[in-house]
Design a protein around this ligand. Structure first.
Ligand code: SF4
Length: 70
């Protein structure tokens, strides 16, 4: 996994909270890949900040968390 570049934001998937709505795959235009049960394959997704914030807000289970970067 590469580091986070300026202007990017990592989003963490809370696999316990996730209820497999699949909204994240649609909102992220495919950046989030879903498995056959509808759960995200990745545990962390790197996006632009402009993409990451709306993605987190639209998860109906609040299962997406903005990572804190040092
Ligand atoms: S939108 Fe949220 S609840 Fe639905 S699959 Fe993605 S992370 Fe899970």
């Amino acid at each position: 996994m590469r580091g986070v570049r300026p202007g990017e934001q990592q989003v963490i998937v809370d696999r316990v909270a996730c209820t497999a709505h699949g909204v994240c795959a649609v909102v992220s235009n495919g950046a989030v890949e879903l498995d056959e049960f509808g759960y995200p394959v990745q545990s962390r997704i790197t996006l632009t900040r402009a993409e990451a914030h709306p993605l987190v807000q639209q998860c109906p289970a609040r299962a997406l968390i903005l990572a804190r970067h040092q």
